[in-house]
Ligand binder design. Sequence first.
Ligand SMILES: [Zn+2]
Length: 232
Amino acid sequence: MNERGYLDILYQLKREGYRFALFSDESTGGPCVILRHDIDFSLRDALAIAELDHSIDIRSTFFFLVRSGLYNLLSREACSILDRIGGLGHEIGLHFDASIYSPARAQDVEREKALVRWCAGTCIAIISLHRPPLGIRERNNLVASVGCATTYDDRWVNDMTYVSDSRGEWSGVPKNNKQNIQVLLHPFWWTPTADDRCAKLRSFIVDAARDRRNALVAEVMPSAEDLLSSDQ
Ligand SMILES: [Zn+2]
């Protein structure tokens, strides 16, 4: 799984006559693909894939976590990335992790939605759930109570073919599929740092250490650079 493989999937779908649509688009007939990106790992990978989609005239939908331990959606860099992704014509939604709450309530979803809206500067009309821990009825009731569509609505799951690259594994789009398709791809697995999952995870951890060091020097303690260098 790499950038070449990612583009091959999209080109294949285009060759088969699929039109790419957003969750918010009205149906205009003909087979369509709704391309969805859940951002579980890295904002920079999200931006790389947003640029790639844009370069081949595809608009897609990016879902962001608010309370991730892996990235800070409120950071200066994050807001600039969300601004850029929105500026490329992509849709932005909330990726809600209900497991943080016990149990999750409508006001929790509403608060996170407001934070994504604040970061992205755009209305949030759709939610995807991170590793859904809830029953189908429970989760649908939760998101319905905040007046927002979810990627699990019947029209996007039961009425469509659904394929994803969960856990970094991709089995492909079914051939001769006559239905509309929702394709969930996690940008992290497709950006061109490494082909195999283990190497990708290792480089993700190394990059995070470098980012932490840079932030420490830039935002808190400029003298840390000299201190750390003298200790090596
Ligand atoms: Zn997720």
